[in-house]
Design a protein around this ligand. Structure first.
Ligand code: PRP
Length: 212
C-alpha cells in the first residue's frame, strides 16, 4: 500500500484528478463526508488530505510515502525528501511586491513582511540587500499598506490581490508549481510502486499537453 498525502483545497483536487485519471482512483474520496483517509486496496493506494504546508512533514517523516507540495514549501522548509516531478499545476510566482510607485531607498535596511522567511533571506542575501524580516502568517499584503513594512515577499497567482490593494510586483524571485515528492527510505523500499504512480501521472500529464 502506498500512502499518499494530498494538499487540502483546490490544488489537492487537481492533484487527485491527475492520480485518478492516471489509473489510481479511489472512489470513496468523492463521498460527501469529513473523512480524511481513503483507501483503494485493489489499486494499492491510500490517500489522505493534509494542510498544504504539512505535506512535506508527513513525507519527510515517512507517514506518507509520497505527496504533493508546492515548490514554495520545499524552498522554505528544505525538507529531506526526493523531488520526483513537476506536476505543472498550481503555477504562480514568488515575488517582492510593494505599493504602486514605491522606490527602494538602498541606504536604509529594507523592511520585508513575509511568511517565507527563508526564501526572503536567501533572495536578499543573493542580491546583497540588508533586510529586517517581519514574519506574518497571512494577509501579508496589508503590511506595506499600513506602513508595517516597505515591501512583501509573497505568492502571486492571478495578481488580483495586489491589484485590488494598489500594490504591484517589483521583482520576480522564482517560479512556483506543485511537485511530487517522496520519502527517501520509501523510495528505496517501494521504488517500483512509486515509479508506477509517477510514470502513470507523467503519461497522463503529457497526453494533456499533446491535446493542447
Ligand atoms: C495567497 C497569497 C496572496 C494570494 C495571491 O494567499 O499569499 O495573498 O494568494 O493570489 P492572487 O495573485 O491570485 O490574488 P492565500 O489565499 O494563500 O492566503 P493567505 O492570506 O493566508 O496567505
Amino acid at each position: 500500500m502506498l500512502n499518499i498525502a494530498l494538499p487540502k483545497g483546490r490544488l489537492g483536487e487537481k492533484v487527485y484528478d491527475i492520480f485518478e485519471k492516471a489509473g489510481f482512483e479511489c472512489p470513496a474520496i468523492h463521498e460527501k463526508n469529513r473523512k480524511l483517509l481513503f483507501e483503494n486496496e485493489e489499486k494499492g493506494v491510500c490517500y489522505f488530505w493534509v494542510k498544504p504546508s504539512d505535506v512535506a512533514i508527513y513525507v519527510e517523516r515517512g507517514a506518507a510515502d509520497i505527496g504533493v507540495a508546492g515548490k514554495d514549501i520545499l524552498l522554505e522548509y528544505e525538507p529531506d525528501v526526493y523531488e520526483l516531478m513537476d506536476l505543472g499545476i498550481g503555477k504562480c510566482i514568488m515575488a517582492e511586491a510593494g505599493k504602486n510607485g514605491y522606490t527602494d531607498q538602498t541606504d536604509r535596511t529594507l523592511k520585508v513582511a513575509t511568511k517565507f522567511e527563508n526564501i526572503a533571506r536567501n533572495y536578499y542575501a543573493s542580491v546583497g540587500r540588508d533586510i529586517d524580516i517581519i514574519h506574518l502568517n497571512g494577509s501579508i499584503e496589508l503590511a506595506p499598506i499600513l506602513g508595517l513594512s516597505d515591501v512583501i515577499v509573497d505568492i502571486v497567482e492571478t495578481g488580483t490581490t495586489l491589484r485590488e490593494n494598489d500594490l504591484c510586483v517589483n521583482e520576480k524571485i522564482i517560479d512556483i508549481s506543485a511537485r511530487l515528492i517522496a520519502n527517501k527510505s520509501s523510495y528505496e523500499f517501494k521504488k517500483e510502486e512509486i515509479n508506477r504512480v509517477r510514470a502513470a501521472a507523467q503519461a497522463y500529464i503529457r497526453s494533456g499537453q499533446d491535446r493542447k
